[in-house]
Design a protein around this ligand. Structure first.
Ligand code: ADP
Ligand code: MG
Length: 238
């Protein structure tokens, strides 16, 4: 579970071609980072995978099934946004359980999953608080908890740390990497931050103007950048 294949995925908004045609293989359990400058199409590509945007052409295959036309809920992917999108008037427990409630899950199963996610994220003591009573890092964990309870086959993160201050960002990087080790679930992580990409990724996908410039491990990209753009972007001396 958790493999994602893009075949000639193309996206235009009106006359503007944002993604000219991307081929990409994401394997089960990998931590894959999409990195590139602002406006290069990272969020668009993630939203296409999530089904929040329709492809203009091409195919998206998830766990061996063609999901190109599938509604987001059928794709079994959980998206974590940079803005957290928490409900301020609801408790942490209700925020985390929200997608389960919407899916009509039985209350005791909701509670079981919330407790499980809270345990993983060290939020057990905070379940009765409101988001406004939490730190930025805790709020981010609540947003991740809401994704965990859905037991997705992959997590999709869109610049989840960009609203946090520098010190907290470093902590959360480590936390998300540890979460990946614990869950062993595919994670696709979007960032414009080279350091995040180099420290977190199993596989980095360098994007420029909607095109894949290079795919490889941090070490491969550092040692053998495909071109000057990649070298400059990831800070390789080559
Ligand atoms: P990134 O996440 O890498 O900063 P985006 O995927 O948000 O980049 O955007 C890529 C390009 O697509 C940008 O030029 C942006 O203006 C454009 N774009 C994104 N979403 C839309 C939309 N809904 N309508 C029109 N243009 C869009
Ligand atoms: Mg973006």
């Amino acid at each position: 579970m958790g493999s994602i294949t893009l075949q000639q995925v193309r996206k235009t908004f009106g006359d503007v071609e944002v993604i000219p045609g991307v081929d990409l293989q994401i394997n089960d359990g990998e931590f894959v980072v999409f990195v590139g400058p602002s406006g290069c199409g990272k969020s668009t590509l993630l939203r296409l995978i999530a089904g929040l945007e329709d492809v203009t052409s091409g195919r998206i295959v998830i766990d061996g099934q063609d999901m190109t036309q599938a509604a987001p809920a059928r794709r079994k992917l959980a998206m974590v946004f940079q803005s957290y999108a928490l409900y301020p008037h609801m408790s942490v427990r209700k925020n985390i359980a929200f997608p389960l409630k919407m899916a009509g899950m039985a209350a005791d199963e909701q509670e079981r999953r919330v407790q499980h996610a809270a345990g993983i994220l060290n939020l057990t003591d905070y379940l009765d608080r409101r988001p406004g009573q939490l730190s930025g890092g805790q709020r981010q964990r609540v947003a991740i908890g809401r994704a965990i309870v859905r037991e997705p086959s992959a997590f999709l993160f869109d610049e989840p740390l960009s609203n946090l201050d520098a010190a907290l960002r470093v902590n959360m990087r480590v936390e998300i990497s540890e979460l990946h080790k614990k869950l062993a679930t595919t994670m696709v992580y979007v960032t414009h931050d080279q350091v995040e990409a180099m420290t977190m990724a199993d596989k980095i996908v360098v994007l420029r103007a909607g095109r894949v410039e290079q795919v490889g491990s941090p070490l491969e990209l550092y040692r053998k950048p495909a071109n000057r753009f990649v070298a400059g972007f990831i800070g390789s001396p080559n």
